[in-house]
Design a protein around this ligand. Structure first.
Ligand code: 2U9
Length: 335
């Protein structure tokens, strides 16, 4: 017979349950483990249910006392479970945050996908120099009319360059430009002097391909129009450009002929002990100025042109122009 003062067997069991549950919950490391413990202590078939089932055997005075104790224990275990659950959830979020933190100061894994083609590298270098001298980069159409490619540039109707053997004509009577000079005509039509432009781009010729000829090639031309420009300005510009491009090399101007310049000259540069032709130039022919509506009595100008493939071959001692277009990585990866 149990007295009120002495803890009953069930009371002892409830107290023991509270203690073991408390320490088991405090050491549970995962939410899954916590759920297991909830079932062990508070589940339908759990330890508390087993104890409560025994309460049927108690007297009418004992039952409410034990019932109250049972409720306190249940609440205490539930509180322990709740507290531990929120601790574990907070720890889980902290761990996730730590694992997923983006360190923006960490150096990126750099993968080199490609590199600048040697021809584009030459174009970039040449344009950088002319931009430094105050020139603007301009471009225009690769498909052109006879007027912009030949007539406005002072090519006579029977000039050999107009021959079907040399120029790629399209079925509609247009053509693929044979130089980038068409761009300068368009530009002069749309702008008033003073003008300083550098024009890079693809050109097309009906050539049989060999080590030094390609049907598609690249040119860069420059054009300056202003009041009072002379051949001295042309020489100074060409010399400054070649010095920035190749270093302090000796250069010489040789008289030549182009339909669009008068006088005209070829520029040679001493390179590896030999004179090498690197560009052409001249004072813009008055007929070209007239064609775009400029008064040749007021304005003069100079122009120069260079082949990008040729310059690149000189710079890198490349023996065959076809290497530029073969997409052979063993060649391209050297640059
Ligand atoms: C206008 C007026 C004048 C552009 C010029 C050259 C001389 C020249 C060649 C170099 C090697 C072409 O790639 S190449 O075969 N070019 O020698 N080009 S003067 O003169 C112009 C252009 C446009 C309106």
């Amino acid at each position: 017979m149990t007295t009120i003062d002495q803890p009953s067997n069930l009371e002892t069991q409830l107290e023991a349950l509270r203690q073991t549950a408390k320490s088991a919950i405090a050491t549970a490391e995962t939410l899954e483990r916590l759920e297991e413990l909830r079932l062990v202590y508070l589940g339908k078939k759990g330890e508390l249910s087993l104890i409560l089932r025994e309460m049927g055997k108690l007297s009418a005075e004992e039952r409410p006392v034990l019932g109250a104790i049972a409720n306190t224990v249940k609440e205490a275990v539930q509180n322990e479970l709740d507290r531990r659950r929120s601790d574990l959830q907070a720890a889980q979020i902290q761990a996730q945050l730590a694992a997923e933190t983006l360190d923006v100061s960490m150096p990126a894994v750099y993968s080199l996908l490609g590199r600048v083609h040697p021809l584009n590298n030459t174009i970039d270098r040449v344009l950088d120099i002319f931009v430094g001298l105050g020139y603007t980069v301009a471009d225009g159409p690769e498909m052109e009319t006879d007027y912009y490619n030949f007539e406005a540039l002072n090519f006579l109707p029977d000039h050999p360059a107009r021959d079907m053997q040399d120029t790629l004509y399209l079925p509609d009577g247009n053509l693929l430009r044979t130089h980038t000079s068409n761009v300068q005509i368009h530009y002069m039509e749309e702008n008033d002097p003073p003008i300083r432009i550098a024009v890079p781009g693809k050109c097309y010729r009906r050539d049989t391909v060999d080590a030094s000829h390609a049907a598609v090639f690249h040119q860069i031309e420059i054009l300056a129009i202003d009041e009072g420009l002379t051949f001295t300005d042309l020489k100074g510009t060409v010399k400054e450009f070649l010095q920035q491009m190749f270093g302090d090399v000796p250069i010489r101007f040789r008289a030549s002929y182009f339909p669009f310049t008068e006088p005209s000259a070829e520029v040679d540069m001493e390179w590896n002990g030999r004179w090498l032709e690197v560009m052409g130039c001249g004072m813009v022919d008055p007929n070209v100025l007239k064609a775009v509506g400029y008064d040749p009595e007021v304005y003069t100008g100079f122009a120069a042109g260079m082949g990008v493939e040729r310059l690149t071959m000189v710079l890198h001692q490349i023996d065959d122009i076809r290497r530029f277009y073969a997409s052979d990585l063993r060649f391209l990866q050297q640059f």
